[in-house]
Design a protein around this ligand. Structure first.
Ligand SMILES: N[C@@H](CCC(=O)N[C@@H](CS)C(=O)NCC(=O)O)C(=O)O
Length: 225
């Protein structure tokens, strides 16, 4: 059986987890937090070379990088498909997923340490993040109208990218910029509410909430945060 290594509060972990749940593929979860090193699970570096979460354990070996794991899951378990039926449609789903990850999640991620530790961000970093997010939000509205799904008329990998990654952007905006930058994107709030109704999304949210306390305790023990 597939084993997914990582932890439920991680948005990157939730990318393959949601795909497996949506496809109804049986898998086992193996808890592994970040901060791998001499004090904590040094052997995890053999599963994921930079110690990043998630890693997928297959009969043939380990795979790291959420996007690649998603691709492996799609090829191994093609039904129900999380990609449209045409090369153009697939490219548009991947474009949207990559846009969300690179220009929204990775930008907001710069302030995650401040979010977790409840500290004030460096004003220069905050300015930079706020400026980049503003541009990305305008770009996001050009890529999707979020009418039913993020792209087309079926649930795809782009919805997984949105469900996993956009909550961090909202939190960073609300806490450090005094507003939720994503609420400016037409259709997005209603779309997100619809996605939260999916049973599989409720599962990952519930698991993330249950994991939070022990993740925070882990951060304290490993980083002294
Ligand atoms: N590009 C990686 C990013 C994964 C990632 O950054 N995961 C976080 C947890 S949400 C992590 O492991 N952080 C620890 C680190 O970067 O050392 C992927 O898509 O899987």
């Amino acid at each position: 059986m597939l084993k997914l290594h990582g932890f439920s509060s991680s948005n990157y972990y939730n990318v393959p987890k949601l795909a497996l749940l949506e496809k109804g593929v049986a898998f086992e979860e193996v808890l592994s937090y970040t901060g791998v090193g001499p004090k904590y699970k040094p052997e995890y570096l053999d599963k994921s070379p930079l110690g990043k979460v998630p890693a997928l354990e297959t009969d043939e070996g380990f795979i790291s990088e959420s996007r690649v794991i998603l691709d492996y899951i799609e090829r191994t378990y093609p039904e129900p498909s999380l990609l449209p039926g045409t090369p153009f449609g697939i490219a548009k789903v991947q474009e949207l997923s990559q846009f969300i990850e690179l220009y929204l999640e990775l930008v907001a991620r710069r302030l995650i340490p401040n979010l977790l530790m409840r500290t004030k961000p460096d004003p220069e970093v905050l300015k930079d993040v706020a400026g980049s997010l503003e541009k990305a939000v305008a770009g996001l509205a050009k890529l999707s109208s979020f009418e039913t799904y993020a792209y087309g008329d079926q649930f795809t990998q782009a919805d997984i990218a949105a469900i996993a990654n956009l909550p961090i952007v909202r939190s960073v905006g609300k806490v450090f910029m005094g507003k939720d930058p994503l609420s400016q994107v037409p259709g997005l709030d209603a779309y997100c509410k619809r996605m939260e109704e999916r049973p599989q999304v409720k599962t990952i949210r519930g698991d993330a909430a249950s994991d939070h306390t022990s993740f925070m305790a882990h951060l304290k023990s490993v980083y002294g945060m």
